[in-house]
Design a protein around this ligand. Sequence first.
Ligand SMILES: C[S@@+](CC[C@H](N)C(=O)[O-])C[C@H]1O[C@@H](n2cnc3c(N)ncnc32)[C@H](O)[C@@H]1O
Length: 233
Amino acid sequence: MQLMNESDRLFKEGWNTYQNIIANNYMFHREISDTVRTFLASHFGHQPLSLLDLGCGDASQTLEAFKESRIAFYHGCDLSEVALEHAHHSLALAGIESFLEKREMLECLSAEKRTYEVIFVSFALHHLDSEQKAEFFKLAHIRLKQNGLLILVDLARSPDEDRLAYLENYLGHAERHWPLLSEQQHAAIRQHAVAYDFPETVATYEALAKEAKFSEFLHLCKHTWHHALVFKS
Ligand SMILES: C[S@@+](CC[C@H](N)C(=O)[O-])C[C@H]1O[C@@H](n2cnc3c(N)ncnc32)[C@H](O)[C@@H]1O
């Protein structure tokens, strides 16, 4: 029997907790999806879109945000095979032609030859370190069509928070305001955040995008530390 790889193990362990967080709207997925959906409708109308979804997970949140858009082609990548199996199922049910890859997002961007109307990355970019994030913006810019959009949904540190202060504030907030998670789930969230979460400030995301030659920046919404940002190619 093949041993489950690290990403699959983490995905499976975190899966139930993340589903609980979404069901209770603790990370404002509902408001963020609504905002992105309205923005996409006003920007693209019914134009067919090619979409590159990096760190796509099970693609369920992407399908929510894009449910009024016409996805003509969907390319998703994630480190977890298990996540991609869920994504495959949901996309097929929605009748969307898709290409799914088990790949790290920078590798996926580097190997990509196509260009896209939209690159979407939701609650995944904060796992990269600063250098990797800079590389991410450069590669994403190359892979967008003219007038294409990078949509970044993610955590961001407040301007006055370094990473340690952010972790204390965010995890403290979660412990006080996410009562429907078990103690064990809170402990797992803490462990995951300390090991893997490296959110930047919004100003840093904007600076990295400028450096990568994105022409325009829109701050679509902010709900505590959860943001939706748009960068025009
Ligand atoms: C919190 S989930 C978000 C999933 C989905 N995008 C959403 O918004 O619900 C983060 C996902 O990013 C994936 N991931 C983390 N780092 C990655 C990387 N460097 N390359 C590709 N996928 C990555 C994880 O496997 C996981 O499925």
